[in-house]
Design a protein around this ligand. Structure first.
Ligand code: FE2
Length: 187
């Protein structure tokens, strides 16, 4: 199978699930999307090289696909050695599959007084898949597990994530900032 056929098949299968009738709610959709993404990241032989390039100045988010109806997007998330995100949310469902290397996700919950409480840490290795959403827990900080090598995960979100207005959190001050991530241009 040529490289792009695997991604095309993933997109077609996810589309089929999203367009099925009755439309699946998130609790039905996430396990299915998780399974499909697990199949996609099982083998690291399909992602074009131009979507694997790191940047010494920060992690990169290459757009691989946006559904014409904005139902979902697929992103190649490329970590340089030691890079990490701020604490952030997504505001839509997301499924994260590890393709190459490894990453660490540290989850946080918001307590009644507005402070943040650590809710566990998970390391994803190739083939593993994690989920986020406002329903199941949406706030985390993610980092490259490795200090000396590039890691790549494939993210799928329930919207055109590059255009979604979401939030970063400063755990010390409790301040919240709105941001829109955009996508890394492909050279
Ligand atoms: Fe995230």
């Amino acid at each position: 199978m040529v490289r792009s056929e695997k991604l095309d098949m993933f997109v077609a299968q996810l589309n089929e699930i999203l367009e099925s009738s009755p439309a699946p709610d998130e609790s039905q959709l996430l396990p299915k999307a998780k399974h499909l993404l697990g199949e996609l990241v099982k083998q690291d032989d399909w992602l074009e090289e131009k979507y694997t390039r790191p940047d010494a100045n920060g992690y990169r988010q290459y757009c691989l696909y946006v559904c014409p109806k904005n139902r979902f997007s697929v992103v190649s998330f490329v970590w340089g050695p030691g890079q990490r995100t701020p604490v952030h949310d997504h505001t839509v469902w997301g499924v994260i599959g590890m393709l190459r290397g490894a990453e660490v996700s540290e989850r946080y919950g918001v307590q009644e007084d507005g402070s943040f409480k650590p809710e566990g840490k998970e390391t994803l290795f190739p083939g593993m898949v994690d989920c986020v959403s406002p329903r199941i827990g949406d706030i985390h900080q993610v980092s490259n597990f490795y200090e000396d090598q590039v890691s790549i995960s494939i993210h799928v979100y329930g919207a055109d994530i590059g255009k979604v207005s979401r939030h970063v959190y400063d755990l010390k001050t409790g301040q919240t900032k709105t941001f829109v991530s955009g996508y890394t241009p492909v050279a």
